[in-house]
Design a protein. Sequence first.
Length: 270
Amino acid sequence: MMILWFLLAGTFAGVCAGLFGVGGGMIIVPALVWMFTAYGYSPDIIAHLAVGTSLATIMVTSISSLTAHHKRGGVRWEVWKNMAIGLVVGSLLGAAVADQMNGLMLQALIGVAALLVAFKMLFLSNKENLGRPLPSAPVQIGAGSGIGMASAIFGIGGGSLTVPFLTWAGLPMRQAVGTSAACGLPIALAGAAGFAWFGQDMVGLPSGAIGFVHVTGFICISIASFITAKLGAKWAHQLPAATLKKGFGALLVIAGSQLLWSGLTGMGVI
């Protein structure tokens, strides 16, 4: 039954990754938190295991999504090369920071992040600045570092942060989404490696886990998301994305609120 839930989460996450360039992490992390809680995993490891596993799956999802966007000319590789440097460094630092956090506190922070992303998708739009000169390479690297750190902590591909930066930097929306999908790869590679490393000595991990990466979850979610990310990228060029984003934002409100509430109640804050 757990495998079925992994496959369902991966299917939905893959569509979202291709459609919105968000990497699917905002779907995968809450889903894994709920699953691991239902199966009686220790609260000390649930959030970390969900984030590490999510980052591992985003490696596969981002490859599928960026390939589809690249075929449509949607990836600005010269921008990606600069940002990738910062993304790797920031993701490793983010994994180190998350490793020091209490599991319930991390869960609550993930809930806050989901609510912030939901607010942005529901009420704010990314304004294109066409014709604006690209920021310098150091600025792109610096932006990548901040995006990578936040993305690794929350287990996401960084699209909710990368797309606004890239549209501000002058990229058309479709190129911003496509380049954001490509940026998910260095985030996921470095972040997953960091969580696997820092979690290797943690007590209470399920059998077969590599640090904070659930191997069975990684395999099942990756298979489903790899297939459906291509479908999402195709739909991004055909469907009214603005309307779909509203529905996705509403879903994130529900998921973020539940994670925040359970994290705070678990810590005895409320």
